[in-house]
Design a protein around this ligand. Structure first.
Ligand code: CA
Length: 377
């Protein structure tokens, strides 16, 4: 069954304001009209053209809205279902800051082994804090937006289109609520919900530029997110204990909210499933990412987007990027009738996910989709 999720739609080719919508089993629901006509909570927030005002309103409003919608959408709501023709999902909120973490141990170990085969795969700090870098908020795009193969410095003296365009299967945590440092036990009050995220990566550009300050142009050309944001309140049955940590995180990163999300991800290329990364394997949790990010006094802003980093499991078919699946391009991956080491022009990448539903069964969280266009001439 579909998760109850929120998004923003506009009409194809019509630039005007968007409209806040919810996803139900029957289709795309105009929640502004529903709340206005039927006296739902916070009709002003739901009549907005994006999620921005709702994100700023904080956890009590989020809980009220989710609870009301979950109940209301179980009853007849056909008059509020929008005709599907011409609807397109837009970027559902204004991305304030985008930070991408590196929270999966299996991915960090694999990437270390591939990029630095003669060194320890994990950096000395990795198990002490959630390593991350600040990405580029202005190039976050909604699912369905084509992505042009970027150009960059592939090596010293070598500028041109990347030869190693990759995907990274990630969760994105959409933040809101009040600003200021966030104790770990309050951290989830600042996470509205989850999007599926594809951190497109130009591996040759990334490898040449990354040391010592981290990735930049190899990542900043585009990051795709799903148009549907699934509220954390919808994922109540998905919480699981995180993997064992050794050493134990410091006290400010330890608390009851430090729990993982049992989301089963799937990566497809050109309609062929190639990988099934398990988000329950993430070493650092959403609460820890939020707490770490604000632990120096830097406030959160509504609309902050925190990427988990690539999700990879222990088995080959659980690796969340082609870098790992092809082991640095040395072991081609079967994709339908062909193979890939990295993405080719015209390839279409789709990430989907499911999560346990309250009362049994599984929720489908939507998708993030993107097709690769050739480099600009
Ligand atoms: Ca990433």
């Amino acid at each position: 069954m579909r998760s109850l999720a929120l998004g923003v739609v506009g009409g194809v080719g019509r630039p005007g304001p968007g409209r806040l919508v919810a996803r139900s089993a029957e289709g795309v629901v105009d929640v502004g009209s529903l709340a206005d006509v039927e006296g739902g909570p916070h009709p002003d927030l739901l009549a907005a053209s994006s999620l921005d005002p709702l994100l700023a309103a904080g956890r009590p409003a989020w809980r009220e809205v989710h609870g009301w919608l979950a109940e209301r959408l179980r009853a007849d709501h056909a008059p509020y279902v929008l005709p599907p023709a011409g609807l397109e999902l837009r970027l559902p909120f204004t991305v304030a800051d985008y930070v991408d973490f590196f929270a999966c141990e299996q991915h960090a170990v694999n990437a270390g082994r591939i990029f630095r085969p003669d060194a320890e795969p994990l950096a000395p700090n990795w198990k002490h804090l959630p390593v991350g870098y600040h990405g580029r908020a202005g190039t976050v795009v909604v699912s369905g937006t084509p992505v042009t193969r970027p150009c960059g410095q592939r090596a010293a003296g070598d500028m041109g289109p990347t030869r190693t365009l990759d995907v990274e299967v990630e969760l994105g945590f959409v933040c809101g609520g009040s600003t200021g440092p966030v104790p770990v036990d309050d951290a989830l009050d600042h996470v509205f919900g989850v999007v599926l995220l594809n951190d497109w990566s130009a591996r040759d550009v990334q490898a040449f530029e990354t040391r010592p300050l981290g990735p930049m142009l190899g990542k900043s050309f585009a990051t795709s997110i799903s148009g549907w944001v699934t509220p954390l309140d919808e994922l109540a049955a998905a919480w699981v204990d995180p993997p064992p940590r050794d050493p134990s995180p410091l006290p400010h990163l330890t608390g009851a909210t430090d729990r993982g999300l049992d989301l089963a991800l799937e990566l497809s290329i050109n309609g062929e499933p190639v990988s099934w990364p398990p988000a329950a394997d993430l070493y650092w949790t959403a609460a820890q990412l939020v707490t770490h990010l604000t632990s120096n006094g830097a406030p959160l802003r509504p609309g902050d987007l925190l990427g988990s980093g690539t999700v990879s499991g222990a088995r080959r078919e659980q690796r969340g990027c082609l870098l790992e699946l092809s082991w640095g391009g040395r072991e081609p991956v079967v994709v339908g009738a062909g193979t890939r080491t990295y993405l080719e022009d015209g390839d279409e990448v789709v990430i989907t996910a499911t999560a346990p539903a309250v009362g049994g069964g599984r929720l489908e969280l939507g998708e993030v989709r993107g097709r690769v266009l050739p480099a600009r001439g």
